[in-house]
Design a protein around this ligand. Sequence first.
Ligand code: ADP
Ligand code: MG
Length: 275
Amino acid sequence: MAFAFGQVRSRSGLTFTMMGVQAEASRPIIHADNLSKVYAAGRIMVAAVREVSFEVKPGEFVAIVGPSGSGKSTLFYLLGGLTRASEGRVLIDGVDFATLTDAERTRLRRHRIGFVFQKFNLLPTLSAIGNIEIAYKISGRKEPMDRAYLDHLSDLLSIRGRLEHRPSELSGGEQQRVAIARALITRPAIVLADEPTGNLDTKNSDAVLKMLVRSNRELGQTTLMITHNPEAAAIAGRILHMRDGEIHKIESGAGAFGGPNGASQPKAESGISTV
Ligand SMILES: Nc1ncnc2c1ncn2[C@@H]1O[C@H](COP(=O)(O)OP(=O)(O)O)[C@@H](O)[C@H]1O
Ligand SMILES: [Mg+2]
């Protein structure tokens, strides 16, 4: 595994500092190894995730699709190290979450993963921009937040005029798009998004999906998007289908990179060059 630090010029003309991952194609960035999660609800045990195993290669765009209650959000929490597995392991870059201290796990999350939560989890007392800024601050990035990149994200997500507002003054769809900007502002190596289009109309949903694909391509991000919507899932390189806590089918999507299994490198025509 090699980390590449360099300047990246995107098709939009913005120059990004890239902290991407140039890995041997064989090394998974996410490895779910026989994962199970059982919730105890009173006397009843709910097996929300059952013996799930899969690998995600660096730069892949993977969708997890399944009906409500199939265990998608539980899997999201497991993969993000936000809840402990009852059985099995999650490895990020080969590191098992369970072997880390709480502080180490928090650091790994903040540095490497951008989360889009199904319920947004915006801080109610801060404005939209305040939420984005605080996420950037706690990510521990040394360089100041790139305002041009924020403008770029805000324009693509159509929230530029809404940034001074608090979450309670925003619609569900606007809060969702703020939550997406907050996840992407740090240019994380991994984006985990739980139903990122769940509250959006068709137009905004399309904009968000394009944004995630673009971010995945231009920054070489690894993206794992959870959705109950098969049409949204179709944009992924690979689609994992969940039912009753299990992955029962894996298929290729139209593909961010077009490859049958999701290629691990951006296409040349994405306009990216690292130096
Ligand atoms: N904290 C919890 N305690 C008990 N049961 C839970 C908890 N969270 C989720 N579940 C149950 O686990 C199953 C999977 O839920 P979830 O992961 O939220 O599914 P999805 O995101 O696909 O809708 C459901 O039956 C749900 O009721
Ligand atoms: Mg869910």
